[in-house]
Design a protein around this ligand. Structure first.
Ligand SMILES: [Fe+2]
Length: 441
């Protein structure tokens, strides 16, 4: 929904975008320097940085080059080739190449009939159901170990075709970029500079980067489409004003799309999120009423956005941690606990979302000060963050997930009450219990 807030701050955002571009240009130069000076880069930090940049940059070519650069920095790879779908020629075209990447003669573009396209659109999910990308080493291992099995099912020919393609590009690792099941791009990476194998952390970082890239590419396509429309509509001030509203909405929608992708990773349903939002709003409304403070449009909007985006930072959390069925190790918890700060940092360049970013940063603080990241206590924690904490925990308990059946409302209420004053604000728990009981009656 386009809001008045977006409209009034529209010019500010445009100005901010220009500043961000300048900052980006400066950072690009300093990043180059740091790479040249041999500084090692943490793949997780690179993922966070990439997520921030992807929502800022709308120039298609700049974005693609940036994706390749982040991937190169994350793993120090010898070569990268990025084949991106070109609507005009209806082929995947070599759009970015870095390091020693060299396409064989007449192989700088390929169509839908290419074995790699067939692989990522149809075969990968059947032959390698647990992974999205493809390591050359895994392909060879499978061909060797399951020779008779694959021969029996006619898969060996497919595997050979894919192997030949990877050989021709000297590719050691391929990552597809999808948007809503559509294959937007294929990234081909060569061997690492130091000759070592890709670590799991590096593979996770590269996959996350490709997820972020798909969102960024889609966003840049939307912006490009919008830019063309803009040119046609520059006839009157009113029409330009209308487009500016759309720009603001689009900027926001990109973030929401990113959050939706994260929620999908977390296996939450759309209706779950709607329920969480509706409950959060009702609780806030009641608390503001008790305090005698108006719960105005701006407050409603901030809470609604924070409820939607609170786990946005999980975009930087690897799937194997996010979807783990058993309990997390200490090291995995450290990674998981980064998500409030990561989410806040992604939103930080957008002035209109500053309050939302602050709430997101503190949605895992505990009332007694034992939470994270700021160890805030009591009313130091923003009210909206205290509400999110209660509503989200309640829904996590009552929701049925693929690996766990949801608990009854009474059990969830018992848990919340037992943690009131420790993890949760007792007043928020009281109001919340009242709201859910009334709702159930
Ligand atoms: Fe969270």
């Amino acid at each position: 929904m386009i809001t008045d807030q977006w409209v009034t701050t529209g010019s500010l955002l445009v100005l901010t975008a220009i500043c961000l571009y300048l900052l980006w240009a400066l950072n690009t130069r300093s990043a180059k320097t740091s790479t040249q000076s041999g500084r090692t880069s943490d793949p997780r930090l690179i993922v966070v940085e990439a997520a921030k940049r992807m929502v800022e940059i709308t120039d298609h070519d700049v974005l693609l080059r940036l994706i390749a650069r982040y991937m190169e920095e994350a793993v120090n790879v010898s070569q990268i080739g990025l084949f991106f779908w070109d609507d005009e020629v209806e082929k995947y075209r070599l759009t970015v190449q870095r390091g020693r990447f060299k396409a064989p003669k007449d192989h700088d573009q390929f169509g839908l009939e290419n074995p790699l396209v067939d692989w990522f659109q149809h075969r990968q999910s059947v032959l390698f159901p647990d992974q999205r990308s493809l390591l050359y080493a895994d392909l060879i291992k499978t061909m060797r170990e399951d020779l008779s099995f694959h021969e029996g099912r006619g898969n060996l020919a497919t595997l050979r075709l894919v192997k030949n393609e990877m050989d021709s590009y000297q590719c050691q690792y391929m990552i597809p970029c999808y948007y809503k099941h559509r294959l937007l791009a294929i990234v081909m990476l060569g061997a690492k500079q130091d000759g070592t194998r890709y670590t799991q952390e590096e593979l996770d970082a590269l996959e996350t980067l490709s997820n972020i890239a798909a969102m960024g590419i889609r966003n840049s396509q939307l912006v490009e489409k919008h830019r063309r429309t803009n040119e046609e509509l520059k006839k009157g001030i009113e029409e330009v004003e209308t487009l500016r509203k759309r720009d603001m909405d689009q900027f926001y929608q990109t973030i929401v799309t990113l959050a939706e992708a994260v929620n999908a990773k977390d296996q939450y349903t759309h209706s779950h999120l709607e329920e969480v939002e509706a409950l959060g709003q009702k609780v806030a409304e009641r608390i503001y009423q008790i305090k005698g403070v108006p719960f105005d449009y701006a407050k409603r909007h901030i809470l609604s956005t924070a409820l939607k985006l609170h786990d946005l930072g999980k975009v930087g959390t690897p799937d194997h941690i996010l979807k783990k069925k058993g309990s997390l190790t200490n090291e995995e918890w450290v990674t998981m606990r980064l998500h409030p700060e990561v989410g806040a940092r992604i939103l930080s360049p957008i002035p209109t979302l500053r309050e939302v970013a602050y709430i997101i940063r503190h949605h895992h603080e505990n009332y007694d000060g034992s939470g994270y990241p700021g160890h805030l206590k009591g009313e130091e924690i923003p009210l909206e963050a205290r509400i999110i904490s209660v509503v989200d925990t309640y829904h996590a308990i009552v929701s049925t997930r693929p690996y766990r059946k949801g608990q009854p409302m009474e059990i969830a209420i018992e848990v919340l009450r037992s943690m009131a004053g420790k993890q949760f604000d007792p007043e928020v728990v009281d109001v919340f219990v009242d709201v859910v009981k009334n709702q159930a009656a």
